[in-house]
Design a binder for this molecule. Structure first.
Ligand code: CTP
Length: 498
């Protein structure tokens, strides 16, 4: 909605209702009535207003009053009665009410000033205009009045609604001040541009570059929160291109920025791995909402700069880049404050294995190679295959068709082998405990040797994946190693009885 009339805004506001007992009333009228009773100006502002213009209303409502936000929240919580959960943050002068899935934040209009080394502003009471001046973007600085005599009146001093209509992210004031005050806004800027498919206005963009070093005062937790939001948009590459263009990427994720390099020797160039990576990321994003599969796509080639060699006759090679890339994942996750749990291991595994399906396809898709792949990927095999297919970004349609055909063969084989051999969650059919008992072995290298030889025998298809075959295989191996067998108690009994 580009230019709604006040009547349209009133209708929109009135569509948000609250129900108490059997009576239902428009939420914003009730807020306005409480503010009138307290004799203070009251507005709904920020993201909520932006999102109603975008016709995607959010459940988070921000209210600004010219006066005490806390007093307003207390009065409104009393008005809502039971079911309203009020939290007051006196240090910040803010309060929040949770009401049936809606969160309403209250704050008094304020002026802010910042010191050089902190994102925490010094605040003093101000007017609505002061409050709008301190906001990050024109599209986030609109307010709608809720007091009865001005109900539904839009206050839009920076023409945010036209920027919304034109698809522009711009700061309300001098962007150097907006970004230097709170450098997290630089990432918010890229995030809004990415999510809404907007362009960043020129002066605002230039200020991103000038202020990029200021991002260092922002905590890693805040940065990753924004990066994850960019990652979860429909086309995350847009965000990473902007981050790279303004120089922020170099500071936040230098491993990725380093991929933007093309070298040529004897007239032969390798591909630009930065733009290739972004294509892979978008391909994955089009197929899956999984955040960490998207991270795996973003990081799948970070081992390339380190592994790059010029080797004739092949030309440019990147041997082992998957392995070198996977090795970087734990430190990178730790630095970015990404989780160090199963999710890190998942990304590390996918990065490590991402060349495997293509190698298998090249080698003629043997059963044994497919079994090993299934064993190593386990339940993440489908995500791995998705990543590998997304990794084919060649513009050469014939080559592309060839690769996809090979992957279809790998996928078919994966299904066949899983049905036959159940390798996906493979545990060797005879475990270490039993090996130690049977062959009277203490924990040590001999047990490890028997276990890994059994695992290889199953994965290579030397024996089927079942207990009897595994036992027979182990007995033979143990005999060759000069080990004697102690019969299991159950077998003793059976032998004695028979
Ligand atoms: N805001 C700001 N600077 C920030 C964060 C927020 O000026 N660093 C202002 C903006 O006016 C914003 C409002 O506070 O609209 C509410 O912030 P928040 O709830 O974080 O963001 P939303 O804009 O609502 O969007 P989203 O929920 O998608 O983050």
């Amino acid at each position: 909605m580009i230019n709604p009339s006040q009547t349209q805004l009133v209708a929109l506001l009135d569509s948000f209702t609250t129900t108490s007992g059997t009576t239902s009333a428009p939420l914003f009228r009730r807020l306005g009535a409480v503010a009138d009773r307290l004799g203070i100006e009251c507005y709904v502002v920020g993201g909520f207003v932006r999102d109603i213009f975008l016709e995607s209303p959010s459940k988070d409502v921000d209210i600004v009053v010219v006066g005490s936000g806390i007093a307003m929240a207390e009065a409104f919580a009393a008005e809502l009665g039971r079911g309203a959960h009020l939290s007051v943050f006196r240090n910040f002068g803010t309060a929040q009410i949770k009401w049936k899935g809606t969160e309403i934040e209250f704050v008094g209009a304020r002026k802010e000033s910042y010191t050089h080394d902190s994102r925490k502003p010094v605040c003093e009471d101000g007017t609505l205009a002061d409050d709008q001046n301190r906001r990050d973007f024109t599209i986030n600085a609109m307010a709608i009045s809720l007091n009865a005599h001005r109900y539904g009146e839009l206050v839009d001093p920076f023409d945010g609604r036209h920027d919304l209509a034109d698809g522009i992210v711009a700061t309300p004031l001098d962007p150097d001040i907006t970004f230097s005050d709170d450098p997290l806004r630089m990432l918010r800027c890229v995030r809004f541009a990415t999510r809404l498919r907007f362009v960043i206005e020129d002066e605002t963009f230039e200020a991103l570059g000038r202020n990029r070093e200021r991002i260092r005062i922002v905590s890693a937790e805040r940065i990753i929160d924004e990066l994850n939001k960019i990652m979860l948009t429909e086309q995350p590459s847009r965000g990473f291109v902007e981050l790279h263009r303004c120089g922020l990427l170099e500071i936040i994720l230098p491993e990725l920025a380093a991929l933007d390099l093309v070298e040529t020797r004897n007239g032969r160039s390798h591909k630009n791995n930065f733009y290739h990576t972004l294509e892979v990321l978008d391909n994955v994003a089009a197929a899956s909402q999984k955040l960490f599969l998207r991270w795996a796509a973003l990081l799948h080639d970070i081992g390339k700069p380190q592994s790059k060699r010029w080797e004739l006759p092949a030309g440019w090679t990147f041997h082992n880049h998957n392995y070198l890339g996977a090795k970087k994942i734990p430190d990178l996750f730790r630095r970015l404050k990404l989780p160090m749990d199963e999710r890190m291991k998942y990304v590390r595994k996918l990065v490590n294995l991402h060349m495997r399906p293509i190698a298998i396809a090249d080698d003629g898709v043997t059963d044994s190679a497919v079994r090993r792949l299934l064993f190593e990927a386990g339940d993440d095999i489908d995500d791995l295959m998705l990543l590998c297919e997304a990794d084919i970004t060649t513009g050469n349609e014939i080559r592309k068709k060839g690769f996809l055909n090979n992957f279809r063969t790998v996928r078919r084989k994966l299904v066949e082998i899983e049905e036959k051999d159940r390798i996906r969650n493979f545990q060797p059919p005879v475990g270490g405990e039993e090996i130690m008992r049977r062959f009277a072995l203490p924990p040590g290298p001999a047990v490890g040797a028997l276990k890994s030889s059994l695992k290889d025998a199953v994965l290579d298809g030397v024996i089927p994946n079942d207990y009897e075959a595994a036992l027979a295989y182990l007995r033979e191996k143990a005999r060759k190693m000069g080990l004697s067998e102690t019969p299991e108690p159950a077998e003793n009994k059976t032998a004695a009885e028979s």
